[in-house]
Design a protein around this ligand. Structure first.
Ligand code: NAP
Length: 305
């Protein structure tokens, strides 16, 4: 049987962390993106069925870490997913979807995997459509599939995230570090290498198939406490602020990604906490990176880039 693990979106933040995790566990890896940044990358457009079939050929497991632009999810993510499923099915492979927590929509209390897919905003509906396509394909026996859901991430290589440059690069430059949303709400924050390790665990276990899992993360933290960790490590006079709904609306006039963030503002003005106990019970014990260590490694990465 093949031990080829194919990573779609391998130059992205999660994809590159998955490549590193697979390599560390001794798996044979194919790293796919449209514009590979190194000679051993595989160039393919997986939004087309023929690109996805070529990218997935001979795979045992396919990690789906590629995505359309954030503000284009509603228009493009379902068709994108159909292409990826065609590639996975043609290879007779298993699919591991790098997912997020948008399907649930606004919730009261910690999120568990059995919550209804109640999102009404465009991005959440797109994610729910994607997840339904994947789980339907699994139930129909076309592919074996599992979904790993992570909250907002940070970490080395993590620039396409609200917990990125406006915090780490800003602190290193001695500027105000800005947390998107209310500074005092608990929020589950995922560290990229922890996400990657958990996705690979899902890829390695047949018992993961046919459902979604919340990926393990360190304890929920407020924006204020997170920024305190950043300043403690970065040094200098701490300057922290929350970026509120008014500023988001203003910036959104010129930036479509920031504009789209307004649709899911419920993630930023109240507690946003994921319960990861199902994963820990099924595949644990799991060691996650403490936030202080994750923040230190992320600052080191931003310093070097
Ligand atoms: N941001 C967060 O905090 C967060 C949290 C949890 C889950 N997620 C989800 O995790 C997944 C991965 O996110 P990410 O932030 O790691 O992604 P990312 O950094 O935006 O990277 C996307 C990757 O996909 C590739 N790609 C895009 N279109 C492609 C296509 N048509 N064919 C082949 N490759 C393509 C890109 O390379 P090329 O452009 O060269 O093709 C890149 O390697 C997404 O579904 C995201 O929503 C994100």
């Amino acid at each position: 049987m093949s031990d080829l693990h194919v990573v779609l979106g391998a130059t992205g933040a999660i994809g590159s962390a998955v490549v590193a995790a697979l390599t560390a566990r001794g798996h044979h890896v194919r790293a796919v993106s449209r514009h590979p940044t190194s000679g051993d990358g595989f160039a393919a457009d997986v939004a087309t069925a023929e690109g996805a079939v070529a990218a997935c050929r001979d795979a045992a497991v396919v990690y789906q870490c590629a995505q359309p632009k954030y503000e284009r999810w509603a228009e493009e993510f379902p068709a994108f997913t159909r292409s990826v499923l065609a590639g996975v099915e043609a290879a007779g492979a298993k699919l591991v979807m790098a997912d997020n927590l948008y399907v649930y929509g606004p919730v009261t209390g910690p999120m568990t995997e059995d919550l209804p897919h109640a999102a009404t905003n465009p991005q959440g509906r797109a994610r729910a459509a994607v997840d339904a396509l994947i789980l339907d394909a699994h139930r129909a026996g076309r592919v074996r599939a599992t979904l790993g859901r992570a909250s907002d991430y940070y970490g080395p290589g993590g620039t396409n995230t609200t917990i990125g440059a406006t915090i780490f690069a800003a602190a290193l430059a001695g500027k105000t570090a800005r947390w998107v949303g209310d500074l005092d709400q608990p929020h589950t924050v995922a560290y990229l290498p922890d996400i990657a390790a958990a996705l690979v665990t899902l890829g390695e276990h047949d018992s993961a198939d046919g459902r979604a899992w919340h990926l393990p993360a360190a304890e929920p933290i407020t924006g204020r406490a997170f920024l305190d960790l950043v300043w403690a490590e970065a040094g200098g006079a701490p300057k922290s602020a929350g970026l509120g709904r008014g500023t988001q609306r203003l910036l959104g006039l010129v930036n479509p990604t920031v504009r789209a963030l307004g649709e899911t503002w419920y993630q930023r003005d109240r507690p946003f906490v994921a319960d990861d106990s199902a994963f820990r019970t099924a595949f644990g014990p799991v060691e996650v990176t403490p936030h202080a260590a994750g923040v230190a490694a992320t600052l080191a990465w931003y310093r070097a880039h």
